[in-house]
Design a protein around this ligand. Structure first.
Ligand SMILES: NC(=O)c1ccc[n+]([C@@H]2O[C@H](COP(=O)([O-])OP(=O)(O)OC[C@H]3O[C@@H](n4cnc5c(N)ncnc54)[C@H](OP(=O)(O)O)[C@@H]3O)[C@@H](O)[C@H]2O)c1
Length: 215
């Protein structure tokens, strides 16, 4: 059984943990307050789930998801994530995260900031443009007409193949946007961010995205 490690167990992290156990993975969930505070979620998830510290979730996950407010990515433990696939669900909301100069200047994407913090990890942006609740309601089997599609971006082709297979297993088509530097095309306020779209519609939305001017 493969293990999904989750750093962050809020709206998105808890939903990805639900999908993981539903599809036969073990899930190790973590947050900032400590494993004891996750007893309710672990009870709901059942025997394939356990709570741990963020460092333990990073160590134990075959794939690890970072799903926390962007302002906190500096605290993500880098050493146990060395060489691993790290899924980045994070978005930049200045009203929540404060102003981050490189993002305001459009000289980096939020996923590039996480990749820089985790230099030897293989960061793949995914699950950042879907409302958390829809993760467990919108999945359908491969081949379903008009199947919903999710975007991935990343700099490592093999890691993207692995994450694509996971997303497909979870019930969604995948559109590969390219490297992390292009992931601004699926940041907040872009056409494909939020709406329920199939792969063709997602591709059109990504192509139509316009990067806002620097502030
Ligand atoms: N909500 C959505 O529908 C949605 C959709 C797509 C993407 N996103 C993005 O995905 C990320 C997570 O969103 P969310 O809505 O799931 O957030 P959330 O509900 O506020 O949950 C955040 C989680 O991160 C944990 N956390 C915070 N700082 C941490 C740290 N330093 N180390 C370990 N865990 C930490 C929190 O733990 P404590 O509670 O113990 O502090 C909590 O479990 C954000 O960047 C968000 O913008 C959200």
């Amino acid at each position: 059984m493969k293990t999904l490690g989750l750093i962050g167990a809020g709206h998105i992290g808890s939903q990805l943990a639900r999908l993981a156990v539903k599809h036969g993975y073990a899930a190790v969930v973590s947050n900032s307050r400590g494993p004891d505070t996750l007893a309710g979620l672990v009870a709901e998830l059942g025997p394939k789930a356990r709570a741990a510290t963020a460092a333990e979730a990073a160590e134990q996950g075959d794939i690890v998801v970072v799903t926390i407010p962007l302002k906190n990515i500096g605290s993500v433990p880098a050493a146990p994530l060395a060489g691993k696939i790290v899924i980045d669900t994070n978005n930049y909301y200045p009203q929540r995260d404060g102003h981050l100069r490189e993002l305001d200047q459009r000289s980096a994407t939020s996923s590039e900031l996480l990749q820089r913090h985790l230099p030897t990890s293989k960061v793949v942006k995914a699950f950042n443009h879907v409302y958390a609740a829809q993760l467990t309601t919108d999945g359908t089997p491969r081949g379903t007409p008009n199947r919903r599609a999710f975007v991935i971006a990343g700099n490592d082709a093999e890691a993207k193949r692995t994450v694509s297979a996971l997303i497909d297993e979870f019930g969604f088509d995948v559109v590969d946007l390219g490297p992390l530097s292009e992931s601004w095309r699926i940041e907040p306020n872009t056409p494909a961010y939020g709406p329920q779209m199939n792969a063709e519609q997602v591709r059109a939305g990504l192509a139509a995205a316009v990067r806002p001017p620097p502030v």
